[in-house]
Design a protein around this ligand. Sequence first.
Ligand code: ADP
Ligand code: MG
Length: 801
Amino acid sequence: MVKQTIQIFARVKPPVRKHQQGIYSIDEDEKLIPSLEIILPRDLADGFVNNKRESYKFKFQRIFDQDAKQETIFENIAKPVAGSVLEGYNGTIFAYGQTGSGKTFTITGGAERYSDRGIIPRTLSYIFEQLQKDSSKMYTTHISYLEIYNECGYDLLDPRHEASSLEDLPKVTILEDPDQNIHLKNLTLHQATTEEEALNLLFLGDTNRMIAETPMNQASTRSHCIFTIHLSSKEPGSATVRHAKLHLVDLAGSERVAKTGVGGHLLTEAKYINLSLHYLEQVIIALSEKHRSHIPYRNSMMTSVLRDSLGGNCMTTMIATLSLEKRNLDESISTCRFAQRVALIKNEAVLNEEIDPRLMIKRLQKEIQELKDELAMVTGEQRTEALTEAELLQLEKLITSFLEDQDPESRLEVGADMRKVHHCFHHLKKLLNDKKIFGNNTVSNTVSSESKDQDCQEPLKEEEYRKLRDILKQRDNEINILVNMLKKEKKKAQETLHLAGMDRREFRHSQSPPFPPGNPEEGQRLRLSSAPSQAQDFSILGNRSSLLHKKTGMREEMSLGRQEAFEIFKRDHADSVTIDDNKQILKQRFSEAKALGESINEARSKIGISENMAVPLMPDQQEEKLRSQLEEEKRRYKTMFTRLKALKVEIEHLQLLMDKAKVKLQKEFEVWWAEEATNLQVNSPAVNSLDHTKPFLQTSDSQHEQSQLFSNKSSGGWEVQGQGTGRFDVCDVNARKILPSPCPSPHSQRQSSTSTPLEDSIPKRPMSSIPLTGDSQTDSDILAFIKARQSILQKQCLGSN
Ligand code: ADP
Ligand code: MG
């Protein structure tokens, strides 16, 4: 058992604006515990009516300043926790801090650079590397990803699902069994056999999370995300299985709603934005007070799920993320205060070992067989399960004559056969009960003197037999006990099943392992039910791109106009720079990988040739030279191979980052598109009133500019004409050009040089081929596109002016 208080670390985020001097200082004296001092500027400090202090000091295990790299954070904070998880202890790392202070950056990582990857991908990489190195155990790894928003849990790893809002994701609920174990119903556990599979799951969850977020539901700041790595290990041949879980938790923003202003009780009186963080604080307070017996874990889903991590069987670490800018000082101080309380909580982590009864039974059966064989060798006879009728009759005759024999020296000889011995006792008991026997004393005397005689006559052999018999009996008992255990487990499982409404996708969580081995049948059931899900996993993992593609698949169904608008939106979007940058890096990495691959092949063939050439007939010097060349080649080969492996991981990661960025872009486009469509419907009388006599383009705000833009039909202008039939036709009057170069020439040059291939292809498409259909969805798509084009052109025009 390891007793340990929750470890607390602080990480200061680089400021958005230029560093404000003198707001904080870090004292990192080697001998003392490091401390962070937050110094309030005079104007702020004066505002504290009840508290004239100007500086606040907080102690942490370690404090990481603005320039701390992700690598440093992983090495110092996450690696030790991952190490103890590999040993079989539960671990939790949670990030706490206000929105924007760097929780997600620390836990998951930044979306732009490979070097920005956070604790989760680095920990996965570390764990799989260690598992590969350790061949003494068999490991299985499962991943789950849970989001808690507004007291509801959502499974972020649902593969079948097309989430467009959080409510579309499968709801996860908590069940508590009579032993107070927490079960998370509907949370899927996915097996990951490699780092790559695990990373795919992380990205799938993050993508689902991003897609489900809407401006109304700012889930990323108000929800908690728990990424869990479930690790089971077993030594070959052993019946003991170790289970450990690592929760990596990105908590909701800790900021409070009502700031009472600088003059009020700024640091004491404030409301919580997030009720479940309030409950977390209550749990922490209760745990840090010495004599509290009741800890209110059940008040919220998050504290229930993390019950083990808080004051239980877990090694827990907290990272306080701080944004130490003047306007954030009050939030930073409350984050530090919270951390100081957390640091008082003691946890007791134990190895989570379980005997797997199925394996135990197998082992005992094997042992019994071995003992039987041994017995057969000693006695020279093979035994069947039961005695034959003839043997039984013979025995009973023997017993009768033995009982009737008045000679005190007489013996009942049945040999070293437990079946016969047992049957004798059985029969004697029966005779006794039937009162067909002379008297208790006689029997007991006879039996005791009998056994004494036997003992004296064949002490050694008898001793050996007895030992074997005893062991056999013990094993029989053990099997009986185990069978009873199994029966009980089965009953329990049935009760739980009943409780869970026979839901097949229920998995054990928290205190219990992912696949509890307590009951073979239950185990089987879980294995069976997990089998298709694993098969599914493979198809998901194998088709990451197709899955992400599915997420972005809306594009395929887009009308041409919408597609074009998307291309332009994409071109003007800030993220496209990141995507392009990453594309460039990817290209470089690919060619680096290719070159490396070639060098590796070359090195390999050189090694082969050199080895073949190392014949003993060579002069010593030459041979020596060849040998050292060979060594050098081998070293080079090894270095290149390691680099290639690292490159592969990096390429994978970059691809995932790009996929994610694309999904984000697509999502933002959809939002923008919808807004444009709505604005159009509200603003455009042409659409509202179907007034076909007015050119539709002249209906919105800056008519003058538009008429300038679109009046010159002879230079390729275009308009929308109403046909008076309830149908709209968009027609190109002259050259059927959609890009009429409405702006002055310098701009138009820029325009044409930056146009996309799709854009280039558009003019060839007659506008009249995009009739308004009367189908409001399609029509509004077309109209929204026209409006969007118009506003882009306007912007470009204004920009060039
Ligand atoms: P939170 O999850 O706490 O709301 P984020 O992790 O999303 O905050 O961080 C907000 C922004 O600050 C992001 O753009 C992130 O990339 C950036 N950021 C946070 N911490 C760091 C850091 N240590 N170094 C560089 N950028 C950071
Ligand atoms: Mg965040």
